[in-house]
Design a binder for this molecule. Structure first.
Ligand SMILES: Cc1cc2nc3c(=O)[nH]c(=O)nc-3n(C[C@H](O)[C@H](O)[C@H](O)COP(=O)(O)OP(=O)(O)OC[C@H]3O[C@@H](n4cnc5c(N)ncnc54)[C@H](O)[C@@H]3O)c2cc1C
Length: 391
């Protein structure tokens, strides 16, 4: 394996560093102080659009393709994800765009669905969001257990259920809702439906209180007799042999794991740098016990980063990376939690006051262990893969 970083990737990471320092860190600290997400009309989002953020990777319909430039390698994506999270992980999720469901739509969507749902993100006229709603009050890790029900009715479907902790749900143009046609048939009966904002029956939006990552909203909502046309079934009605819908959702999570892991590495690095800075300013670097903690943090952060890069390196070569992707997330999220704990120990009582960057990172980083499959679930995937059981 070789991770020589080319000039273009170095430039991308440098741009991320400059953007993170100038925009992400201040916006993240402000949202944390306010205790709620960056409001929809905030000028921060206009600046995102002006920089070309918030766009889809879909190049547009063939007759009016918009060039999206050279394709970025997965390793470059991970290094940028690490750098931006160094400055603020919550702000990364606040940035407009088609977000998590974009990958599902690109993989499974019909041409008409790409045009209708990703089209407005090709050259967005205003900040636009979309989101993916899988988790329910009674179904998190066990995604096959979701109860949101889709019933065929004439030329469409009627959806009933409740979702929770869904990123950007109340501000999204559309929500890709994972539902089941028959809860007794597990993953094979799962489908994903586009539900557009203002569809009758979609409502009760409630922005959750969170311990960290306050810059973006995580929202619960309900679906009460929400009617969608059959054309809003992701992939169309013909495209559902076996458990294709469920598998596509799981593939999205697999591709996202090294990115979450790299975010965690960036957050751990931020805690390490803040701890060293504090120790230097308070003349603590002469103490063995402080240097021991710094050494432990630095060693672990390096280990986590290498596993992330291995997962990305394999993905760039289109080689199987399920084990490495899950390992990267299990390891990096755990190490980032340790790093912020060690950092808090170095800053001592200052950390307990609730206004030090390391204290914020300590609260922010726990979510890296939870989203897109908890640490326990990653370890289960790794173990089952290693012994040849189906995941
Ligand atoms: C900040 C944040 C943002 C989120 N954003 C989204 C989003 O945009 N869209 C979305 O759909 N969801 C989102 N989620 C939800 C997230 O995916 C779930 O929280 C996660 O899947 C865990 O589910 P749960 O919280 O119901 O925990 P549970 O599944 O109830 O698990 C509770 C505990 O039991 C452990 N556990 C569960 N099953 C097993 C097992 N078989 N073996 C060993 N241990 C087990 C878990 O690891 C965990 O520690 C978000 C969550 C957070 C915190």
């Amino acid at each position: 394996m070789e991770f020589a970083v080319d000039a273009r990737t170095r430039e991308l990471v440098e741009q991320a560093r400059e953007l993170g320092e100038r925009e992400y860190r201040p916006a993240g600290l402000e949202a944390d102080r306010r205790g709620g997400p960056i409001p929809v009309g905030d000028p921060f989002f206009d600046r995102c659009l002006a920089r070309g953020e918030g766009r889809t990777r879909w190049p547009g319909p063939t007759e009016r393709r918009v060039s999206s430039g050279a394709k970025r390698s997965v390793v470059a994506t991970l290094l940028v994800a690490e750098e931006l999270a160094y400055w603020d992980r919550g702000v990364i999720n606040a940035v407009p765009g088609p977000g998590l469901p974009e990958t599902n739509v690109l993989a499974m969507g019909t041409d008409a669905q790409k045009e209708r749902f990703l089209g407005p993100f090709v050259e967005p006229d205003r900040p636009r969001w979309a989101c993916f709603a899988m988790t329910e009050p009674g179904a998190g890790s066990d995604a096959a257990a979701i109860r949101t029900h889709a019933r065929k009715d004439g030329d469409g479907y009627v959806l009933n259920g409740a979702k929770c902790f869904i990123g950007a749900a109340s501000r999204s143009d559309w929500i890709l809702v994972q539902a089941t046609l028959d809860p007794t048939r597990g993953r094979a009966a799962q489908r994903a439906f586009f539900v557009e904002r203002d569809t009758p029956g979609l409502g009760s939006f409630h922005i959750e209180r969170k311990m960290g990552l306050k810059a973006y909203e995580s929202t619960s909502f309900t679906l009460a007799d929400v009617r969608v046309p059959a054309t809003h079934l992701l992939g169309g009605e013909a495209r559902h042999e076996g458990s294709a819908g469920f598998k596509t959702a799981m593939k999205t999570f697999n591709a996202g794991r090294p990115i979450i892991a790299s975010n965690a590495v960036g957050m751990a690095r931020a805690a390490l740098d803040a701890a060293i800075d504090f120790a230097r300013r308070h003349e603590l670097l002469g103490r063995d016990r402080v240097r021991d903690r710094i050494e432990a943090m630095a060693r672990k952060v390096r280990k986590a980063r290498l596993v992330c890069l291995e997962a990305g390196w394999l993905a760039d070569r289109e080689q199987p990376n399920i084990v490495q992707a899950s390992m990267s997330k299990a390891l990096a999220a755990q190490i980032a939690q340790e790093a912020t704990t060690l950092g808090l120990e170095i800053v001592g009582t200052v950390g307990g006051r609730g206004d030090h960057l390391i204290e914020k990172l300590y609260r922010d980083v726990k979510a890296m262990d939870i989203v897109e499959g908890t640490g326990q679930i990653q370890r289960m995937i790794i173990a089952r893969s290693l012994v040849g059981l189906p995941r």
